[in-house]
Design a protein around this ligand. Structure first.
Ligand code: NAP
Length: 380
């Protein structure tokens, strides 16, 4: 690829503006192994004949409502791990998995850092295994989105796909979705050089030239991480000033293999089968130029999937759920796990660990309330 000395290739082709695609992450339009029919084979309506959980105030229906000791909302690593643990504690959990279940791993290609898979595993395959494991122990999984909740009294109410669920305990594990630029070319090349997770995919870009877009701490953190693999990292930001902390900016500016492009917006991701470059617009004079790179990491923030929980529960300034004492929300009996509250680690393994913690906390709480049987020391 020939480039002028300043690394810019003039380009007069028109291009569209930037928008934020709120359809990423959990609602990424999947058609993978998890997108199958709802849980109970042969049932006409979701929840029409969910398995009955034994014990008081659990299982069965009342005027069309489905009752459960535990309802888990979300089906990424946090939700399904919570389901495995809750099912093994005889809580017969119902998982409201969403209409596009599986979480962010469903839009990830190979996962190489999940322990237990020395040769790596495809993200959708990993989530299919999580799901199988949860179902094996009796979790009921409904591929429906929660539209409304009522946490004002117990049993808690949740509505999904026209069905009311009544739960003695709820675990919220709805995750967060990466915000994308919203370009058609970006969507087309996702998993083929376009990624929103440096920790997951950086390894695949060894000795390549790549770009990171964004101007916050995440963008700089991802860019610095990627310098471990890439021969050069271009940091592309739309303004003349970074939003990131001064110390992170200093690290970026001082890094010998980092090149910074301010006042630049991504107009198009170039390439047919794989990323071959970016068409950028200089916002100071509007001219277009091409940056030849083999990868694009979008790091313009995440959006926690908390819309239906914002009223009853506490959220921080960015909309993430606030937890107390590891997994507790401000409503007793409602627990929280994974990226829906954790914007720091955001890893499948940390989300899974969180799901385990939430299930254990929920089970102990149900025991204390006299709703679940007291477990033996080896129940987990
Ligand atoms: P953020 O602070 O909201 O920054 C998002 C960046 O993306 C901004 O620079 C923004 O540009 C840019 N952006 C947004 N939409 C864009 C679009 N459509 N096109 C191009 N650029 C766009 O998000 P974050 O970096 O993920 O950080 C989230 C929070 O986590 C922050 O509080 C951050 O401090 C924290 N965090 C901390 C660390 C750390 O301390 N190590 C690491 C990661 C995150 P503008 O600036 O022009 O708005």
């Amino acid at each position: 690829m020939s480039e002028p000395t300043n690394g810019r290739t003039p380009d007069r082709k028109p291009a569209g503006g930037l928008t934020i695609d709120f359809g990423g992450g959990l609602s990424g339009g999947l058609a993978g192994p998890l997108a199958g029919p709802p849980m109970v084979a042969g049932e006409a309506a979701a929840g029409a004949a969910l398995p009955q959980a034994g014990g008081p105030a659990a299982g069965g229906h009342d005027h069309g409502a489905v009752e459960a000791k535990v309802v888990i909302v979300g089906s990424g690593p946090a939700g399904l791990t919570a389901a495995i643990y809750a099912a093994r504690a005889n809580l017969a959990p119902v998982v409201l998995a969403g209409t596009t279940p599986g979480g962010q791993l469903m839009i990830t290609s190979e996962v190489e850092n999940y322990p237990g898979f020395p040769d790596g595993v495809e993200g959708p395959e990993l989530m299919a295994l999580f799901r199988q494991q949860a179902e094996r122990f009796g979790a009921t999984i409904v591929d429906a989105d929660v539209e409304r909740v009522d946490f004002s009294g117990r049993p808690f109410g949740l509505w999904a796909d026209g069905v009311e669920y009544r739960a003695q305990a709820v675990i919220i594990a709805t995750g967060a979705s990466a915000i994308w630029l919203g370009l058609p070319s970006e969507t087309r090349l996702r998993g083929r050089g376009v990624s929103a997770c440096a920790t997951c995919d950086g390894f695949f870009f060894r000795d390549m030239e790549i770009a990171v877009v964004g101007g916050g701490d995440s963008a700089i953190e991802e860019a610095l991480f990627l310098t471990k693999f890439a021969s050069k990292v271009h940091l592309v930001h739309r303004r003349d000033q970074f939003r990131a902390s001064k110390i992170m900016q200093q690290r970026a500016f001082e890094h010998p293999r980092m090149e910074i492009h301010l006042n630049a917006t991504v107009e198009e991701v170039l390439g047919e089968e794989r990323v071959e470059g970016l068409r950028l617009r200089d916002t100071t004079d509007g001219h277009l130029w091409t940056l030849p790179v083999q990868g694009l990491f979008v790091a313009i923030g995440h959006r926690p999937n908390t819309a239906v929980f914002r009223d009853p529960l506490e959220v921080d300034a960015k909309g993430y759920l606030v937890v107390h004492d590891e997994t507790l929300s401000r409503v007793e009996g409602v627990f929280v796990a994974g990226d829906v509250h954790d914007h720091r680690y955001r890893q499948a393994i940390t989300a899974a660990g969180d799901g385990c913690k939430a299930a254990i906390d929920a089970e102990r709480w149900l025991e204390a309330e006299g709703i679940a049987e007291v477990s033996t020391a080896t129940a987990w």
